[in-house]
Design a protein around this ligand. Structure first.
Ligand code: NAP
Length: 462
């Protein structure tokens, strides 16, 4: 086997969510490599969607950050938080200082429904609602209509289920989570009594996973409403054998449909074979018009939703579209408009000339918003292998600068980078604030406050 040793390989990772952390881990754990990894994160806080996307009532999923923290402790790893690509650093700056650059920037945008009324106040994306309740600084001051009786969530994935749960958790349950304080306060005072989750296809085609569906049925004080007629699979669809998971989901939905419904203060209704056709309202959302679908097989043999002529309006004050996320273009990098990702082959980003370059991509920015957190580990390995193959083949040209000297460069541009020690200060501070209220952590949600805490600690220890 060709020895991998490459003296002084320098890799920049842009974005330190799960996929960036796994890419760093794959590089740093390779005993045959002499590598330094610098990670640049837009926020002072790392771990991307584990902090700002995973539901606040799922602390076990968040414990994966322990693995990332170990990677961050590697002596050849350096963290630069609060650094914006495009503001504090350019792509060219990175290419001039590193042999390779890995983009781990996720898919911060959301897919539009493309229907009339979608931009009325009260019609929001799940990405903004999730970021708001998880305390992402960009969404700190967002406001959502929680004074209405009914919210409608469009989509049948795990994000839709997360949103339905967060909109119906009791104040006592919310208060036990690491949800941002502003969201705990707003959701505790919410008047929403019913959340209708709308899937365009049938229960067997729903994308949510079984544990998430089961969890819905276990929420204290929340009734689950499933129409028995919607969870009967027509014989015509049986021939397309459903997978094990969808069969389990169907069986559980049938149980929900059959179980007696105690009169509870909050309700989640799961509706299928319905698509929104327009959002109704003059200056804010008042209702959504839904069309009844039937399933039809397309040329590829998959079951697609086909609208019938049956339409009805459902009154609601909040419409959340949870129909998938989309990446955003990065100037200079090729973008796959259709899939909403950075155009790549197995993680290699093609250069402007169409040939292989020194830039790579991992995670949702590479393959689209799918899979669970662990999926990013395998995904990052594929990209890191491609990078190392390019290195061995001599395709990584030597950067112009002998040393990255990032810190002085950032300071000269007026940036305030946050080092790993700064993040650790924040982490301990948030955990201590949380402990006082018997919560896993109480997050800081403004960048200025985060920088203030780090600076105060620095002065104390100086
Ligand atoms: P998703 O799993 O891809 O689900 C998207 C849903 O939106 C599907 O039901 C899809 O229906 C529907 N949809 C798409 N376009 C639509 C349209 N125009 N009109 C109506 N419905 C439409 O995406 P996601 O929920 O955003 O989740 C993203 C990833 O994160 C998934 O892999 C998910 O499992 C993961 N995640 C996991 C957890 C967890 O493990 N607890 C929590 C949150 C997210 P069709 O199937 O008909 O296209």
């Amino acid at each position: 086997m060709t020895p991998l040793r490459y003296t002084g390989l320098r890799v920049a990772i842009v974005g330190l969510g799960p996929s960036g952390a796994y890419a760093a881990a794959h590089l740093l754990s390779n005993a045959e490599l002499d590598v330094r990894v610098d990670a640049f994160e837009r926020l002072p806080t790392p771990w991307g969607l584990v902090r700002a996307g995973v539901a606040p009532d799922h602390p076990n999923i968040k414990s994966v950050t322990r693995v990332y923290e170990n990677t961050a402790d590697h002596p050849h790893f350096t963290y630069f938080g609060n650094v914006h690509l495009g503001r504090d650093l350019s792509r060219e700056d990175l290419l001039a200082r590193y042999h390779a650059v890995i983009y781990a920037v996720g898919t911060p945008g959301d897919r539009p429904l493309g229907i009339a009324g979608e931009h009325l106040p009260g019609s929001v994306s799940a990405s903004s609602l999730v970021a708001w309740y998880n305390g992402h600084p960009d969404h700190r001051d967002d406001a959502f209509n929680l004074r209405c009786r009914r919210a409608v969530v469009i989509g049948n994935g795990n994000v839709a289920v997360d949103v339905a749960r967060m909109l119906t958790l009791s104040p006592a349950d919310l208060a036990r989570t690491d949800m941002a304080d502003h969201a705990v306060a707003a959701l505790s005072a919410s008047r929403i009594e019913e959340v209708v989750v709308v899937g365009r296809r049938g229960p067997e085609q729903a994308a949510f996973t079984h544990p998430e569906l089961r969890e819905l049925g276990q929420l204290a004080g929340v009734e689950i409403d499933v129409d028995p007629a919607e969870v009967v699979v027509p014989p015509a669809h049986r021939e397309l054998a459903p997978g094990k998971i969808t069969q389990r989901n169907l069986a559980l939905l049938q149980q929900y449909a059959a179980r007696p419904r105690p009169d509870r203060s909050r309700r989640i209704a799961l509706r299928f074979l319905l698509s929104p056709t327009r959002i109704i309202g003059e200056d804010r959302v008042q209702a959504v018009e839904l069309v009844r679908n039937r399933l039809a097989r397309d040329d590829a043999g998959s079951l697609r939703a086909e609208p019938t002529s049956e339409r009805a309006a459902l009154a609601a004050g909040l419409i959340v579209r949870a129909i998938g996320y989309r990446g955003e273009p990065i100037p200079g990098l090729p973008y796959d408009e259709r899939r909403g990702i950075i155009a790549n082959t197995d993680g290699r980003i093609l250069s402007a000339s169409g040939g292989p370059g020194r830039e790579y991509v991992v995670g949702w920015a590479k393959r689209g918003p799918s899979g669970v957190i662990g999926t990013n580990k395998k995904c990052a390995l594929q990209t890191v292998r491609a990078l190392l193959q390019d290195m061995v083949a001599g395709r990584l040209s030597v950067p112009i600068h002998r040393e990255p000297a990032i810190e002085p460069l950032l300071r000269s541009r007026g940036a305030q980078p946050v080092a790993l020690a700064g993040w650790r200060t924040l982490d301990l501070f948030e955990q201590a604030r949380g402990r006082a209220a018997k919560r896993p952590r109480a997050k800081l949600t403004r960048v200025g406050d985060m920088l203030g805490v780090i600076e105060a600690q620095r002065r104390l220890s100086a």
